[in-house]
Design a protein. Structure first.
Length: 56
């Protein structure tokens, strides 16, 4: 919610919705385009300088 309040671009979806969205894109031959589009949004929990969002 803080990201929304700070006017950051965000995407909301459940894990099942992401799987469905990516599977459909893969099936339609546009997975690369979908991943590129999603890459425009920062991933939740990512911290600068970290290779993995959950590692400390």
């Amino acid at each position: 919610m803080r990201a929304c309040q700070a006017w950051h671009r965000v995407l909301f979806a459940t894990a099942a919705e992401w799987v469905d969205r990516l599977a459909t894109a893969h099936h339609d031959g546009r997975l690369k385009d979908e991943l590129c589009r999603l890459g425009r949004y920062p991933a939740a929990g990512r911290r600068p300088g970290r290779s993995h969002p959950l590692r400390t």
